[in-house]
Design a protein around this ligand. Structure first.
Ligand code: HGA
Length: 611
């Protein structure tokens, strides 16, 4: 959440910043702003709402667009203070010589505000972030890096910060604790950002800052210090995402593009990871020998939102295929619940961005309790990937739509591969392993078959675009798939949607059913289907309209409802994948029909970097 971009070099600073903010907009769109240092002066532009509003403000300020030098920009997802121009970042010191952008939460901001106010400081915004600008100004005596370093031990909470000053032309100081900051290396120019998506158009060489690292960035060099101002070295990482991967192309929305990319992204998640000879999976990033794998006695999966739903599918895989007891935790509760970590527990944190604040906290708690931590992340070099030290990358490419689609699918596929490996490591026979390998190889084609029905799904979706509520029901691996389907629908269409285990309907929610409360029943031909047929009858008896997802050619379902989305035949382990794709399309077309801001739903932002 909150996007940060900084640029120092000979190009139009405002141009580079606005372009970067556009690419970061999925991280927050409450307001956007920038500050440019050029010719010994500090210029600013701010706007409420989307980056295009900021562009209009920049265009209306004569000359701002052509200034070279350095600058910082920010797109905000508000935590403290309403979305407004005064609360938009950057925030300035009272003498307006220092400008700061911040991602995170300063937990002791009220105490700091009182202290600064008592010293005569005047606050302009209601944000927690503004204290940082005033504290740096208070500590400043000619060295911007030293002044920034000096205030860090006063800040409690999390931050990724970038700072500029008109007294330091060409210099950006950046620092992180708990919120991501990555430095982009250019030629005769350099960059800083909260997310590599903002840098893809400019460079492939980056340095990920660790917590406590401070960077002084000028066009010529990047100096890194620790919090005691001692020079440090960090590895240069290479980003291998393709140019254009973060562009919308001919699709009206990133979400639709990302849904349609899934046959390829799933292929990427599988590529090189199937071992036909051993009927198993090859996952070198987990770095555990067969003997070490055999010692795993319990698995705990931690994640938030769609990642947690993927984990719930994984729970079925690990218990059924590998016979390892597995529990799934909401990452936000993990550290506060004081979880019991038995010896030989494997903890699997799942996060698309690798920057989800609650999941990072879970990783740290698990590591402190002696668990083996193996992360599932999409973004290479992200905090969770680095802190876990071992893991499996999703290889889904940049996911820009706030609603996760391709990352969710890759998470499920990678969990299936992991369960296959653990299963073959213990009780799964070679022949059963070989069957599973063949099933996994079919997944991209199963997804293609669902995508081919997009127009049919659109037609069905249009019949439900007017509703206010929706229930999603499923059993087995399709129960977490129902949770994910409901989440997709509510986040992008604003229809109230709830996912339930089909059997749970009778324990409460059925009291709500009537002709205005449709039910999406996941009735694929896998164990549990007959029971779902009964559940559909129960819904129909209460006059609830039913949309069913069913295996192609299932006549019994057609007798119960006309609105059937057909999925190719597949096993229960693989069924969540094509089913999830159908649910993504269903949610997408409903949201499109309702005219919703699909890629940037209200109040949401991608990569939840605050608790
Ligand atoms: N606390 C700051 C920054 C918000 C943020 O990082 N969101 O993810 C604010 O409210 O402006």
């Amino acid at each position: 959440m909150c996007g940060i971009i900084g640029y120092t070099g000979n190009r139009s600073v405002a141009g580079v910043l606005v372009d970067g903010l556009r690419r970061l907009e999925y991280r927050g769109y409450d307001s956007a702003g920038l500050a440019v240092v050029s010719g010994g002066e500090l210029h600013e532009a701010k706007a409420v709402g989307k980056v295009r509003k900021l562009e209009e403000v920049v265009a209306a300020l004569p000359g701002l667009g052509s200034l070279c030098g350095c600058g910082i920009g920010h797109t905000r997802w508000a935590t403290h203070g309403v979305p407004s121009t005064v609360n938009a970042h950057p925030h300035f010191s009272n003498d307006r010589k220092i400008a700061v952008v911040h991602n995170g939460i300063i937990e002791n901001h009220q105490e700091l505000r009182r202290h600064l106010t008592s010293k005569g400081c005047v606050f302009r915004s209601q944000t927690d972030s503004e204290v940082i600008a005033h504290l740096i100004a208070e500590a400043y005596d000619g060295d911007l890096l030293a002044a920034t370093a000096a205030v860090l031990d006063q800040l409690q909470g999390t931050y990724g910060i970038a700072v500029v000053s008109d007294r330091h032309p060409g210099l950006i100081v950046a620092v992180r604790k708990g919120s991501p900051i990555v430095v982009g290396i250019g030629e005769g120019e350099n960059f800083v950002a909260s997310d590599i998506a903002a840098l893809l158009a400019h460079t492939r060489q980056v340095i990920y800052l660790n917590d406590g690292d401070i960077a002084a960035i000028t066009p010529e060099k990047i100096e890194l210090r620790d919090i005691r101002n001692v020079p440090i070295e960090r590895e240069i990482a290479k980003i291998d995402w393709e140019t254009g991967a973060a562009e919308k192309g001919n699709y009206p929305h990133f979400m639709l593009k990302e849904i349609f990319e899934q046959p390829e992204t799933v292929e990427n998640a599988i590529r090189g990871r199937l071992d036909h000879e051993m009927a198993s999976a090859i996952l070198s990033g987990i770095g555990l020998s067969p003997r070490e794998l055999l010692q795993i006695g319990h698995i705990v999966i931690a994640g938030c939102g769609s990642s947690m739903h993927a984990g719930l599918v994984g729970e079925y895989y690990f218990e059924d295929l590998a016979g390892i007891s597995t529990s799934v935790e909401q990452a936000a509760e993990f550290r506060y619940r004081n979880p019991i970590i038995e010896p030989n527990t494997l903890v699997i944190p799942i996060s698309q961005s690798g920057e989800t604040a609650d999941t990072i906290a879970a990783v740290r708690e698990a590591a402190a309790k002696g668990a083996i931590v193996t992360a599932l992340c999409n973004v290479v070099g992200s905090t969770i990937a680095r802190e876990a030290g071992r893991g499996i990358y999703l290889h889904a490419g940049p996911e820009i739509s706030v609603a996760s689609t391709k990352a969710f699918l890759s998470q499920v596929v990678v969990l299936l591969l992991f369960a296959l490996l653990l299963g073959r490591n213990r009780r799964l026979s070679r022949s059963r392993g070989a069957e599973l390998v063949a099933e996994i190889e079919q997944i991209p084609d199963l997804i293609r078959e669902v995508l081919e029905q997009a127009l049919e799904i659109k037609k069905i979706a249009s019949r439900y675009a007017h509703v206010d509520d929706f229930f999603f029901i499923g059993r087995g691996c399709l129960y977490p798939t129902a949770l994910e389907g409901a989440l997709k629908l509510k986040e992008i269409s604003y229809i109230h949607a709830e996912g339930y285990h089909a059997a749970e309907l009778k324990h409460g929610p059925i009291s709500l059913l009537d002709e205005k409360h449709p039910v999406m029943a996941l009735a694929n031909d896998i164990p549990g289907r007959d029971k779902i047929l009964g559940n559909i009858q129960e819904c129909r008896a209460r006059k609830a309209p039913v949309v069913a997802i069913a295996t192609r050619g299932d006549r019994a379902i057609r007798d119960l409802t006309q609105d059937v989305i057909e999925i190719p035949p597949c096993s229960r382990f693989v069924a969540p994948l094509p089913t999830a794709v159908a649910l993504q399309l269903f949610a997408y077309y409903i949201a499109a029909e309702r005219g919703c801001e699909i890629d940037q739903p209200r109040n949401l932002a991608k990569s939840v970097t605050v608790e």
